[in-house]
Design a protein around this ligand. Structure first.
Ligand code: GDP
Ligand code: MG
Length: 296
Protein backbone atom coordinates (compact mmCIF):
# COMPACT_ATOMS: atom_id res chain seq x y z
CA UNK A 1 0.00 0.00 0.00
CA UNK A 2 1.27 3.48 -0.82
CA UNK A 3 1.82 6.18 1.77
CA UNK A 4 -0.13 9.26 0.73
CA UNK A 5 -0.67 12.82 1.85
CA UNK A 6 -0.67 16.55 1.28
CA UNK A 7 2.33 18.89 1.44
CA UNK A 8 1.73 22.65 1.38
CA UNK A 9 4.36 24.78 -0.34
CA UNK A 10 4.49 28.23 1.25
CA UNK A 11 6.83 31.21 1.31
CA UNK A 12 7.29 34.76 0.08
CA UNK A 13 6.21 35.82 -3.39
CA UNK A 14 8.94 35.02 -5.88
CA UNK A 15 10.77 32.61 -3.57
CA UNK A 16 10.59 29.87 -6.21
CA UNK A 17 7.63 27.81 -4.97
CA UNK A 18 6.00 27.12 -8.32
CA UNK A 19 9.30 26.25 -9.96
CA UNK A 20 9.95 23.74 -7.19
CA UNK A 21 6.47 22.26 -7.56
CA UNK A 22 6.99 21.79 -11.30
CA UNK A 23 10.32 20.17 -10.56
CA UNK A 24 8.74 17.77 -8.02
CA UNK A 25 6.13 16.54 -10.46
CA UNK A 26 8.40 16.87 -13.52
CA UNK A 27 5.82 18.84 -15.42
CA UNK A 28 4.79 22.45 -15.62
CA UNK A 29 1.59 22.57 -13.62
CA UNK A 30 2.09 26.04 -12.17
CA UNK A 31 3.18 29.09 -14.12
CA UNK A 32 6.37 30.94 -13.20
CA UNK A 33 7.50 34.53 -13.67
CA UNK A 34 9.65 37.09 -11.86
CA UNK A 35 6.48 39.04 -10.93
CA UNK A 36 4.73 38.68 -7.58
CA UNK A 37 1.18 37.32 -7.75
CA UNK A 38 1.98 34.95 -10.60
CA UNK A 39 0.28 32.17 -8.66
CA UNK A 40 -3.18 33.31 -7.65
CA UNK A 41 -4.62 30.31 -5.98
CA UNK A 42 -4.02 26.80 -4.83
CA UNK A 43 -2.71 24.56 -7.54
CA UNK A 44 -2.12 20.94 -6.78
CA UNK A 45 0.75 18.97 -8.23
CA UNK A 46 0.56 15.21 -7.84
CA UNK A 47 3.46 12.80 -7.72
CA UNK A 48 2.75 9.07 -7.65
CA UNK A 49 5.38 6.36 -7.59
CA UNK A 50 5.64 2.78 -6.36
CA UNK A 51 5.56 3.57 -2.67
CA UNK A 52 3.76 6.91 -2.36
CA UNK A 53 1.39 9.55 -3.63
CA UNK A 54 2.36 13.08 -2.67
CA UNK A 55 -0.05 15.91 -3.32
CA UNK A 56 1.81 19.23 -3.33
CA UNK A 57 -0.27 22.33 -2.75
CA UNK A 58 1.25 25.38 -4.41
CA UNK A 59 0.11 28.69 -2.93
CA UNK A 60 0.31 32.37 -3.81
CA UNK A 61 3.16 34.10 -2.01
CA UNK A 62 2.44 36.24 0.98
CA UNK A 63 1.85 39.91 0.07
CA UNK A 64 0.31 42.93 1.73
CA UNK A 65 -2.14 44.90 -0.33
CA UNK A 66 -5.85 45.23 -0.32
CA UNK A 67 -8.36 44.08 -2.86
CA UNK A 68 -10.77 41.18 -3.14
CA UNK A 69 -8.34 39.11 -5.20
CA UNK A 70 -5.63 39.45 -2.55
CA UNK A 71 -8.07 38.53 0.21
CA UNK A 72 -8.94 35.52 -1.84
CA UNK A 73 -5.26 34.61 -2.21
CA UNK A 74 -4.61 34.91 1.52
CA UNK A 75 -7.59 32.71 2.30
CA UNK A 76 -6.26 30.18 -0.12
CA UNK A 77 -2.87 30.10 1.69
CA UNK A 78 -4.64 29.67 4.98
CA UNK A 79 -6.72 26.79 3.77
CA UNK A 80 -3.66 25.21 2.17
CA UNK A 81 -1.70 24.95 5.41
CA UNK A 82 -4.54 23.59 7.47
CA UNK A 83 -4.85 19.88 7.44
CA UNK A 84 -1.69 18.92 5.59
CA UNK A 85 0.92 16.32 6.52
CA UNK A 86 3.83 18.68 6.12
CA UNK A 87 4.49 22.35 5.45
CA UNK A 88 7.36 23.00 3.08
CA UNK A 89 8.64 26.55 3.49
CA UNK A 90 10.52 27.77 0.43
CA UNK A 91 13.19 30.41 0.95
CA UNK A 92 15.11 32.24 -1.75
CA UNK A 93 18.73 31.54 -0.79
CA UNK A 94 19.93 34.33 -3.01
CA UNK A 95 17.82 36.95 -1.18
CA UNK A 96 18.53 35.55 2.28
CA UNK A 97 16.10 35.08 5.14
CA UNK A 98 14.46 38.05 6.82
CA UNK A 99 12.74 38.44 10.18
CA UNK A 100 9.27 38.26 8.64
CA UNK A 101 10.05 34.91 7.13
CA UNK A 102 11.37 33.56 10.43
CA UNK A 103 8.21 34.74 12.19
CA UNK A 104 6.11 33.15 9.47
CA UNK A 105 7.89 29.80 9.87
CA UNK A 106 7.23 29.94 13.58
CA UNK A 107 3.56 30.63 12.91
CA UNK A 108 3.28 27.65 10.56
CA UNK A 109 4.98 25.47 13.17
CA UNK A 110 2.24 26.30 15.66
CA UNK A 111 -0.30 24.70 13.35
CA UNK A 112 1.08 21.35 14.29
CA UNK A 113 2.26 19.95 10.97
CA UNK A 114 6.00 19.30 10.69
CA UNK A 115 7.88 22.08 8.90
CA UNK A 116 10.63 21.40 6.36
CA UNK A 117 12.61 24.25 4.82
CA UNK A 118 13.82 24.28 1.23
CA UNK A 119 16.42 26.93 0.53
CA UNK A 120 16.30 27.30 -3.22
CA UNK A 121 18.13 29.18 -6.03
CA UNK A 122 21.45 27.80 -4.76
CA UNK A 123 22.67 27.95 -8.36
CA UNK A 124 22.93 31.73 -8.01
CA UNK A 125 23.94 31.83 -4.33
CA UNK A 126 27.49 31.86 -3.01
CA UNK A 127 27.95 29.08 -0.43
CA UNK A 128 29.74 31.55 1.86
CA UNK A 129 26.65 33.77 1.87
CA UNK A 130 24.38 30.83 2.51
CA UNK A 131 26.02 29.67 5.75
CA UNK A 132 25.00 32.62 7.97
CA UNK A 133 21.49 32.50 6.50
CA UNK A 134 21.12 28.83 7.35
CA UNK A 135 22.34 29.53 10.88
CA UNK A 136 19.25 31.72 11.40
CA UNK A 137 17.09 28.62 11.11
CA UNK A 138 18.87 26.90 13.97
CA UNK A 139 16.84 28.54 16.68
CA UNK A 140 13.48 27.63 15.23
CA UNK A 141 12.12 24.64 17.02
CA UNK A 142 9.50 23.50 14.53
CA UNK A 143 11.95 23.12 11.64
CA UNK A 144 12.62 19.40 11.23
CA UNK A 145 14.96 19.52 8.24
CA UNK A 146 16.60 22.00 5.92
CA UNK A 147 17.43 21.21 2.29
CA UNK A 148 19.41 23.34 -0.14
CA UNK A 149 18.20 22.95 -3.72
CA UNK A 150 18.11 24.56 -7.11
CA UNK A 151 14.74 23.92 -8.70
CA UNK A 152 15.87 25.55 -11.90
CA UNK A 153 18.85 23.23 -12.28
CA UNK A 154 16.99 20.35 -10.67
CA UNK A 155 19.64 19.92 -7.98
CA UNK A 156 18.70 18.35 -4.65
CA UNK A 157 15.02 18.20 -5.60
CA UNK A 158 14.80 14.42 -5.78
CA UNK A 159 16.52 14.04 -2.39
CA UNK A 160 14.10 16.53 -0.87
CA UNK A 161 11.12 14.73 -2.39
CA UNK A 162 12.32 11.40 -0.98
CA UNK A 163 12.84 13.01 2.45
CA UNK A 164 9.30 14.37 2.44
CA UNK A 165 7.85 10.89 2.07
CA UNK A 166 8.41 10.12 5.73
CA UNK A 167 5.85 12.76 6.71
CA UNK A 168 3.01 11.22 4.70
CA UNK A 169 0.34 9.95 7.07
CA UNK A 170 -2.40 8.58 4.81
CA UNK A 171 -2.84 5.52 2.69
CA UNK A 172 -5.80 6.51 0.60
CA UNK A 173 -5.15 7.45 -3.04
CA UNK A 174 -6.45 10.97 -3.74
CA UNK A 175 -5.74 10.95 -7.47
CA UNK A 176 -5.38 8.49 -10.32
CA UNK A 177 -1.86 7.19 -10.86
CA UNK A 178 -1.23 9.30 -13.94
CA UNK A 179 -2.80 12.57 -12.73
CA UNK A 180 -0.35 15.43 -12.27
CA UNK A 181 -2.68 18.23 -11.29
CA UNK A 182 -6.21 19.01 -10.15
CA UNK A 183 -6.68 21.84 -12.59
CA UNK A 184 -8.56 21.51 -15.84
CA UNK A 185 -7.02 21.85 -19.27
CA UNK A 186 -9.01 25.03 -19.76
CA UNK A 187 -7.54 26.56 -16.60
CA UNK A 188 -4.03 25.54 -17.68
CA UNK A 189 -4.54 27.21 -21.05
CA UNK A 190 -5.69 30.46 -19.39
CA UNK A 191 -2.72 30.35 -17.03
CA UNK A 192 -0.25 29.91 -19.88
CA UNK A 193 -1.67 32.97 -21.60
CA UNK A 194 -1.45 34.92 -18.32
CA UNK A 195 2.17 33.82 -17.89
CA UNK A 196 3.07 35.16 -21.34
CA UNK A 197 1.35 38.48 -20.53
CA UNK A 198 3.29 38.70 -17.24
CA UNK A 199 6.56 38.01 -19.00
CA UNK A 200 5.85 40.61 -21.68
CA UNK A 201 4.52 43.46 -19.53
CA UNK A 202 6.05 45.96 -17.16
CA UNK A 203 5.01 46.92 -13.64
CA UNK A 204 1.37 47.50 -12.79
CA UNK A 205 -0.37 45.88 -15.73
CA UNK A 206 0.33 42.25 -14.76
CA UNK A 207 -1.55 42.44 -11.47
CA UNK A 208 -4.62 43.68 -13.27
CA UNK A 209 -4.63 40.95 -15.87
CA UNK A 210 -7.10 38.10 -15.97
CA UNK A 211 -7.64 35.58 -18.73
CA UNK A 212 -10.96 34.03 -19.70
CA UNK A 213 -10.84 31.07 -22.05
CA UNK A 214 -14.10 31.51 -23.93
CA UNK A 215 -13.94 28.47 -26.13
CA UNK A 216 -11.77 25.40 -26.75
CA UNK A 217 -12.74 23.20 -29.68
CA UNK A 218 -10.82 20.23 -31.07
CA UNK A 219 -11.48 19.62 -34.75
CA UNK A 220 -9.46 17.87 -37.46
CA UNK A 221 -6.42 17.54 -35.19
CA UNK A 222 -6.34 21.25 -34.33
CA UNK A 223 -7.39 23.01 -31.15
CA UNK A 224 -9.31 26.18 -31.86
CA UNK A 225 -9.01 28.40 -28.78
CA UNK A 226 -10.61 31.76 -28.18
CA UNK A 227 -9.58 33.74 -25.10
CA UNK A 228 -10.01 37.21 -23.66
CA UNK A 229 -7.33 39.05 -21.73
CA UNK A 230 -9.03 41.33 -19.21
CA UNK A 231 -7.34 44.53 -18.07
CA UNK A 232 -8.71 46.78 -15.36
CA UNK A 233 -7.91 50.19 -16.84
CA UNK A 234 -8.69 51.61 -20.27
CA UNK A 235 -5.13 52.96 -20.43
CA UNK A 236 -3.74 49.42 -20.19
CA UNK A 237 -5.39 48.22 -23.35
CA UNK A 238 -3.22 50.10 -25.88
CA UNK A 239 -0.11 49.06 -23.95
CA UNK A 240 -1.07 45.42 -24.14
CA UNK A 241 -1.97 45.70 -27.82
CA UNK A 242 1.30 47.43 -28.64
CA UNK A 243 2.16 49.30 -31.80
CA UNK A 244 0.07 47.88 -34.65
CA UNK A 245 -0.87 45.03 -32.30
CA UNK A 246 2.73 43.80 -32.07
CA UNK A 247 2.68 43.18 -28.32
CA UNK A 248 -0.44 41.03 -28.20
CA UNK A 249 0.68 39.23 -31.32
CA UNK A 250 3.98 38.28 -29.65
CA UNK A 251 2.13 37.17 -26.51
CA UNK A 252 -0.19 35.09 -28.69
CA UNK A 253 2.71 33.40 -30.48
CA UNK A 254 4.49 32.47 -27.25
CA UNK A 255 1.27 31.29 -25.65
CA UNK A 256 0.35 29.21 -28.68
CA UNK A 257 3.72 27.45 -28.67
CA UNK A 258 3.39 26.61 -24.97
CA UNK A 259 -0.21 25.45 -25.33
CA UNK A 260 0.77 23.21 -28.24
CA UNK A 261 3.28 21.50 -25.94
CA UNK A 262 0.67 21.10 -23.23
CA UNK A 263 -2.04 19.73 -25.52
CA UNK A 264 0.37 17.90 -27.84
CA UNK A 265 -1.50 19.17 -30.89
CA UNK A 266 -1.59 22.14 -33.22
CA UNK A 267 -3.34 25.17 -31.81
CA UNK A 268 -5.11 28.07 -33.42
CA UNK A 269 -5.32 30.83 -30.82
CA UNK A 270 -7.41 33.99 -30.99
CA UNK A 271 -6.79 36.58 -28.27
CA UNK A 272 -9.00 39.55 -27.43
CA UNK A 273 -8.18 42.39 -25.04
CA UNK A 274 -11.07 43.77 -23.03
CA UNK A 275 -11.27 46.47 -20.36
CA UNK A 276 -13.20 45.48 -17.25
CA UNK A 277 -12.83 48.19 -14.61
CA UNK A 278 -12.01 46.89 -11.16
CA UNK A 279 -12.62 43.26 -12.11
CA UNK A 280 -10.46 42.08 -9.22
CA UNK A 281 -13.20 43.27 -6.87
CA UNK A 282 -16.02 41.78 -8.91
CA UNK A 283 -17.11 38.41 -7.52
CA UNK A 284 -18.88 37.32 -10.69
CA UNK A 285 -15.79 38.00 -12.84
CA UNK A 286 -13.55 36.24 -10.28
CA UNK A 287 -15.89 33.30 -10.44
CA UNK A 288 -15.93 33.30 -14.23
CA UNK A 289 -12.12 33.20 -14.32
CA UNK A 290 -12.02 30.25 -11.97
CA UNK A 291 -10.97 32.08 -8.79
CA UNK A 292 -13.37 30.35 -6.49
CA UNK A 293 -12.41 28.97 -3.10
CA UNK A 294 -12.71 25.29 -3.49
CA UNK A 295 -11.69 22.51 -1.18
CA UNK A 296 -8.87 20.22 -2.06
N1 GDP B 1 18.32 30.93 -10.57
C1 GDP B 1 17.21 30.37 -10.13
N2 GDP B 1 16.03 31.01 -10.31
C2 GDP B 1 14.90 30.43 -9.86
C3 GDP B 1 14.92 29.17 -9.19
N3 GDP B 1 13.65 28.87 -8.84
C4 GDP B 1 12.88 29.88 -9.29
N4 GDP B 1 13.62 30.83 -9.90
C5 GDP B 1 13.14 32.07 -10.53
O1 GDP B 1 12.52 32.88 -9.53
C6 GDP B 1 11.37 33.57 -10.06
C7 GDP B 1 10.14 33.25 -9.24
O2 GDP B 1 9.85 31.87 -9.38
P1 GDP B 1 8.40 31.28 -9.04
O3 GDP B 1 8.54 29.79 -9.05
O4 GDP B 1 7.34 31.90 -9.91
O5 GDP B 1 8.24 31.81 -7.54
P2 GDP B 1 6.93 31.78 -6.59
O6 GDP B 1 6.34 33.14 -6.65
O7 GDP B 1 7.45 31.48 -5.22
O8 GDP B 1 6.04 30.71 -7.11
C8 GDP B 1 11.26 33.12 -11.53
O9 GDP B 1 11.86 34.09 -12.35
C9 GDP B 1 12.03 31.81 -11.56
O10 GDP B 1 12.57 31.51 -12.82
C10 GDP B 1 16.19 28.50 -9.02
O11 GDP B 1 16.32 27.41 -8.45
N5 GDP B 1 17.28 29.17 -9.51
MG1 MG C 1 4.08 30.77 -7.68
Amino acid sequence: MRKTGFIAIVGLANAGKSTLLNSFVRQKVSIVSPKPQTTREQILGVWTDDDSQMVFVDTPGFLHSKNALNDYMLRSIDSAVSDVDCILVVIDGHDGIDGDELAQIDKYGKRGAPVVVAVTKTDITQPANLVPELAKLNGIECVREVYCVSAKRNRGVEELKQALKKYLTGNEMYFEEDDVTNRSQRFAVGEIIREKVLLACEKEIPHGVGVAVNEMRFENGVWDIDATVLVEKASHKPILLGKHGAMIKGIGTHARESIEKLLEARVFLTLWVKVKEDWRNNPSVLNELGYTNRGK
